[in-house]
Ligand binder design. Structure first.
Ligand code: IYR
Length: 232
């Protein structure tokens, strides 16, 4: 049994600690679990054409629960996930997103940006916002309001980014396709969803089955050697 490097922390009136003994795996199990997870993650692709086929709401709700298990600054969990299946709301979101995107593709994005997007064949028209059975709009919360007073949150972008990483992994694991969509600016999402002042739109994620005839860009991921620098 490892000994504590120093005295174990003693609980005071403001903190409370409980034992934590997660399942211990052998080295072999670690490597095989890690390699299976990697293989599964390598099959994830962003999809821009969705089937309207229904998918189980329960699978998405569970994925959101998993996402909300992410670590966050001072454990404030500074996020809200809005799950939308209402047809009229999806159509309205498409309409407003396309208005913003039209401006982006016709003046707001510079020529290098437009060039960088050419391999993806994107434009301002976003049918997936109506076709996907569900849209998840993720909001970040720079602060909470407690008894009418502002309470700050910490590392909000990092925290919400990690939670979204969990969410995309969980949805992929459940066999669902996603797109990380960022209509810009996306202030309209807070207005149309009637969110409180302390919630700022972070990301819009259509979820569903890919359209059976969808195609994805023929692009490769960077090899491990170019993203990993090891220091022995
Ligand atoms: N938000 C626009 C443009 C766009 C930007 C990036 I960076 C992408 O990786 C893909 C698209 C759109 O959704 O079309």
């Amino acid at each position: 049994m490892d000994s504590f490097p120093s005295e174990p922390r003693q609980s005071t009136s403001e903190e409370s600690f409980i034992p934590y003994t997660p399942q211990r795996l052998s080295h072999g199990e670690m490597i095989s679990n890690s390699s299976e997870f990697d293989k599964r993650m390598q099959t994830r692709r962003s999809v821009r054409e969705f089937s309207s086929e229904p998918v189980p709401r329960e699978a998405i709700v569970r994925a959101i629960r998993a996402a909300s298990s992410a670590p966050s600054g001072a454990h404030k969990q500074p996020w809200t996930f809005c799950l939308i299946s209402n047809k009229e709301l999806k159509s309205k979101i498409r309409e407003l997103a396309e208005e913003e995107e039209y401006q982006s593709y016709n003046g707001r994005m510079n020529s290098q940006w437009l060039d960088d997007l050419k391999p993806f064949g994107t434009n301002h028209i976003k049918p997936f916002l109506e076709e996907a059975p569900f849209l998840i709009v993720v909001f970040k919360k720079p602060y909470e309001v407690v008894d009418g007073e502002k309470r700050q949150n910490y590392y909000v972008n990092e925290s919400v980014g990690i939670a979204v990483g969990f969410l995309l992994s969980a949805l992929h694991h459940a066999g669902l396709a996603t797109l990380t969509h960022t209509p810009s600016p996306m202030k309209f999402l807070g207005e149309i969803l009637d969110r409180p002042e302390n919630e700022r739109p972070y990301l819009l994620i259509p979820v569903g089955y890919p359209h059976p005839e969808t195609k994805v860009p023929n692009i490769a991921r960077k090899p491990l050697e170019s993203v990993l620098s090891e220091y022995f």
